[in-house]
Design a protein around this ligand. Structure first.
Ligand code: GLN
Ligand code: ZN
Length: 772
């Protein structure tokens, strides 16, 4: 393919860059500051140096316009809250006393005040701090951070574009402040917020900004006509300002859909659109609105959420099509590079033949620059890059890692019957009750017990070869003995081994499955200073040997009560990893499901009668657009059933999910065909039990009666009261008694006391049941 040179030279840009630094300098500096080991000045110096390094690195790589203001000490939505002066009442004193400590007080809380709530940023694994707004909220502009960072970049002689969370998205991400009516709609504050944005824009223009980017990812979700109207009004008003920079309204994570005509008509100078994955529908959307005449289009053609090398030829084709649809086409990633690790070349343990398939932020930057060059000067200007790219892609496509014939044959042969238990739930329940002989209101836990410092130290010692595997396993066994002994003594009915051998519920399995890759430095921000290293689903997945059977059977050998086998489900394995982009997600899920099915079957063969397959990510992985839900739920539920469908009717399958708001997926949860589900419910006083009942959910359920998110010990009476409430919705024959979630983040003292109370509550409420 030969692309003709574009009229105006295409430029390369990104919307944001990983914040932490090559050696995680940011995390160290911030945590050092919290501990009093790093001064505020030293922290400021570290952050300024990180920004400088990243901008210069971008510019040297050939990025024409660097982003500013995307950097954050904690979270960019929190920074926006500061920028618009929406500081919650309870944090005002702290902010007035010192903006830095005030910021951290909002993010983390203090002894006396609660932090802002944290939740997922769209369907990523990044968490933002939820703005709290109400009818009395007064906005005031504070452009200090934005102006300061712009000035830093400009002083380096760079072309810079400040990036702000847009006003519509900011309001759509907010929630009613404590004490404000739950039905308060933050969007009603738009008219009050816009003048503040106008002021910030004027300040940025005065500070030298030619362009400013306003991020509106909330517009890629299904939006009501009123919300779309608000977006139209916002950009009509901001566009109409006399004293302002040029405006680039950015969308990402999916297609704009019905918001595209709204933004295309708005009096702004540019739009940034995602063209990866399901957002590729933006191409048709653009054609349907007649393109963006007179506007700048920034085309996100490099996937900003995944770590695979781009197909440059394919991206050039997309860019070539776009050339006819806008005045000027620039090249970018689909979203901020915040969601990928920094630099693949830092990975020393990955085979170079595989490493060439991977592109982290630094490599993506190079791809964007190459594409802009190809778009501006024709493919002949990037011949060498295209050839190298083709070779990289071919090496991946032909690798035995990505094509294991045995795995392919197995997934290809999967039948509908494989994903079905041999008997319907009602019949299985009878068999299970006979087999397990549990009392009414059986008690259990979600899996993990406190991860003690000794355990973490033992794992670190093993990694550093200070102890050998045998020494480590002795520690794990000792822990299992303690956990089993405690549960027996306390009188729990279905025991767990406590998961002491697991560092993380996904990584533990990823390390044992063929086809998964681990990184050494692939850190991605989860929230604040917490970074995770998602494993990479790189090839066809298989399970060479049992992963958990040893520990579960060891635990079972110590007790006559049933010990639950404990696995992470296929959907969660995908959700918390980097997934393949060379086959449908459903296919990857099916491979993982079959590997887990082997484990489930082996657990059963080893004498395990109760097996729990956790799916805490089932709901958060829901696509942003409702139209995409059915397809997702179809493969997700099939994968779960495939992993659990091979067991005998009298083997009881449990699942666990960590959330209570599940109304929109209750049918899918039923479709998992699990026998028992445990869910979070303690804080909402069993709301979830009522919802299950309202939906006619026919299976056994354990709405949590112990909130494990706080060290508080629930009294036996309190837990009993929750159980009585639960019984109003779910009959005693189907109600389980358990905490909200795993106990790994808790300490032993409160865990002991809480579980003793939980068992006491179950006994009390059992004794109140009418004798049958
Ligand atoms: N079994 C896991 C645990 O108890 C479940 C954790 C989760 O759902 N996030 O830790
Ligand atoms: Zn949970």
């Amino acid at each position: 393919m030969t692309t003709k040179p574009a009229a105006a030279a295409a430029r390369a840009t990104v919307y944001g860059y990983p914040r932490q630094g090559q050696h995680r300098e940011l995390k160290k500096a911030i945590e050092g500051y919290w501990k009093g080991r790093v001064t505020a000045d030293a922290l400021r110096a570290t952050t300024a140096e990180l920004r400088r390094t990243h901008w210069l690195r971008l510019a040297e790589a050939g990025i024409h316009e660097v982003p500013t203001g995307d950097f954050s000490l904690y979270d960019h939505v929190l920074d926006t809250t500061v920028m618009v002066g929406a500081i919650p009442e309870r944090h005002r004193d702290a902010v007035a006393a010192g903006p830095l400590d005030g910021l951290f007080a909002m993010a983390r809380g203090t002894q006396d005040v609660a932090p802002l709530e944290m939740t997922k940023w769209f369907d990523t694994n990044y968490h933002y701090l939820v703005p709290e707004l109400g009818p009395d909220t007064v906005f005031t502009a504070d452009s200090g951070k934005q102006v300061g960072e712009l000035a830093e970049a400009l002083s380096l002689g760079l072309t810079a574009r400040p990036v702000l969370v847009g006003p519509v998205t900011y309001l759509l991400l907010a929630k009613p402040a404590p004490g404000v009516a739950a039905d308060f709609d933050p969007l009603t504050l738009l008219d009050r917020l816009l003048p503040v944005y106008a002021e910030v824009l004027a300040d940025l223009r005065a500070a030298g900004a030619t362009w400013v980017q306003l991020d509106e990812p909330a517009l890629v979700q299904d939006r009501t006509p009123a919300e779309l109207n608000a977006a139209a009004r916002a950009y009509r008003d901001l566009g109409g300002l006399a004293d302002r920079p040029k405006l680039l309204v950015a969308s990402y994570f999916d297609r704009l859909g019905e918001a595209l005509p709204v933004l295309a008509k708005a009096p702004v100078e540019g739009l940034a659109l995602d063209f990866t994955g399901s957002a590729a529908a933006n191409l048709d959307g653009l054609a349907a609105v007649g393109g963006l005449p007179g506007k700048r289009l920034v085309a996100g053609v490099v996937d900003g959420r995944n770590i695979w090398v781009n197909d440059l030829t394919k991206s050039l084709t997309t860019l070539g099509t776009l050339l006819g649809l806008a005045d000027r086409v620039d090249v970018s990633a689909s979203c901020s590079l915040l969601h990928v690790p920094l630099d693949a070349t830092a990975e020393r343990d990955i085979d170079p033949q595989i490493l060439r398939w991977l592109a982290f932020a630094r490599q993506k930057t190079a791809e964007i620059v190459t594409l802009a060059k190809g778009l501006a000067h024709g493919t002949s200007a990037i011949t060498a890059e295209l050839a190298a790219n083709r070779a990289d892609l071919a090496s991946r496509a032909e690798s035995p890692l990505t094509r294991d014939p045995a795995v392919r044959a197995r997934t290809g042969a999967v039948s509908a019957a494989d994903a079905r238990r041999s008997q319907p739930y009602a019949e299985r329940a009878v068999a299970q009750h006979a087999h397990l002989g549990l009392p009414l209101l059986p008690t259990t836990t979600i899996g993990s017990f406190p991860q003690t410092t000794e355990l973490r130290t033992a794992r670190a010692d093993l990694r550093a070869s200070r102890i050998d595997t045998a020494g480590y396993e002795e520690r794990v066994k000792a822990e299992i003995q303690e956990v089993i002994a405690f549960q027996e003594k306390t009188g729990l009915d279905v025991l767990v081994h406590g998961e002491p051998e697991r560092n993380d519920m996904v990584q533990y399995f990823a390390e044992q499955l063929t086809g998964y890759l681990a990184t050494q430095h692939g850190w991605v921000q989860s929230y604040g200073t917490r970074y995770v290293r998602p494993p990479i689903l790189a090839g066809d997945i298989s399970r060479p040997t049992p992963m958990t059977v040893r520990w579960t059977t060891y635990a079972q050998s110590l007790t006559h009560r049933p010990v639950k086998g404990m696995l992470t489900g296929p959907v969660t394995m995908l959700a918390w990893s980097f997934v393949r982009d060379d086959q449908p997600l459903g296919e990857t899920a099916r491979q993982v499901a079959l590997a887990l099915r082997d484990e489930v079957d082996d657990l059963e063969a080893a004498g395990t009668s109760v097996i729990q397959v956790d799916e805490p990510a089932l709901r958060e992985t829901l696509p942003l657009r409702r139209a995409d839900h059915p397809e997702y739920l179809a493969w997700a539920t099939e994968a779960f059933r495939l992993s659990t469908g091979g067991v005998r009717p009298d083997t009881q399958i449990h699942t666990h999910m960590c959330y209570a708001e599940f109304g929109d997926i209750v049918r899918a949860i039923d479709d998992l065909d699990a026998d028992v589900i445990s869910l979070e419910a303690a804080r909402s006083h069993m709301q979830v039990a009522r919802e299950l009942a309202a939906h006619g959910y026919p299976r056994e359920a354990g709405p949590g009666v112990y909130d494990i998110h706080s060290p508080r010990v629930p009294s036996a009476e309190e837990a009993a009261e929750l159980l009585r409430t639960g019984l109003k919705a779910i009959p005693a024959e189907r109600l389980w008694v358990n905490p909200d979630c795993g106990l790994k983040t808790r300490g032993w003292p409160e865990t002991r006391a809480s579980l003793e109370n939980l068992v006491a509550a179950a006994r009390t409420v059992r004794s109140e049941l009418p004798a049958s």
